[in-house]
Design a protein around this ligand. Structure first.
Ligand code: GLN
Length: 195
């Protein structure tokens, strides 16, 4: 049976994740209501604009729904704006968030000189060639608690992190043809659904 992976579809880069997940053999579902989080094996929070996405999630009761499912062990992956929503701390911001991960992020921190750029990311734990990291007004992870695993770094700063069933990246893997991060997330979701 194909894994059912939701993509939060209120705002942001939804379609490239749907395509990536479908290519990896998952059943990708657009999520807009709390009920749609119920039977998922995993959920992706896409890149976009984290303030807007957070406000819409709060309005539609999706904060509580995702917090509940994450506490039950459902894997959640946040890319870029999605990562901001998962962080417990956001520098200089009171915006609504899920507060799931023990990381402190700073918004738009890679965007001061150039809005977007691509950089090869070494991912020793995932193996193989460096990953083509696409950064678009991307957040820094300023600090992470010691139990947060650093799966990849750029210039000594973590850009892909995992905390149990939670995964987050500063960059946008869905905008490349490299599916290793989506596959990794599907493995996390498979382990969970088989548990
Ligand atoms: N700059 C956006 C934010 O702070 C994130 C950008 C992105 O997701 N590509 O919400």
């Amino acid at each position: 049976m194909a894994l059912r992976i939701g993509v939060m579809s209120l705002q942001g880069a939804v379609e490239p994740h749907i395509k990536a997940l479908t290519e990896c053999g998952a059943r990708a579902e657009r999520v807009r209501t709390p009920e749609e989080t119920e039977r998922l094996d995993g959920l992706i929070l896409p890149g976009g604009e984290s303030t807007t996405m957070g406000i819409l999630m709060s309005r539609f009761g999706l904060m509580e729904a995702v917090q509940k499912r994450a506490a039950e062990g459902m894997p959640v992956y946040g890319a870029c704006a999605g990562m901001i929503l998962m962080a417990k701390q956001i520098v200089d911001s009171e915006q609504p968030r899920l507060e799931l991960m023990d990381i402190r992020v700073r918004r738009n921190a890679y965007g001061r000189q150039v809005d977007s750029f691509e950089a090869p990311i070494e991912m020793p734990s995932l193996g193989g060639e460096p990953f083509p990291g696409v950064f678009i007004r991307a957040p820094f992870i300023e600090s992470a608690e010691p139990h947060v695993r650093r799966l990849a770094e750029l210039d000594g700063r973590p850009v892909l992190v995992q905390e149990g069933n939670l995964l987050a990246s500063s960059f946008h893997p869905e905008l490349t043809a490299d599916r290793r991060i989506h596959r990794y997330f599907l493995q996390m979701s498979d382990n969970e659904s088989g548990a």
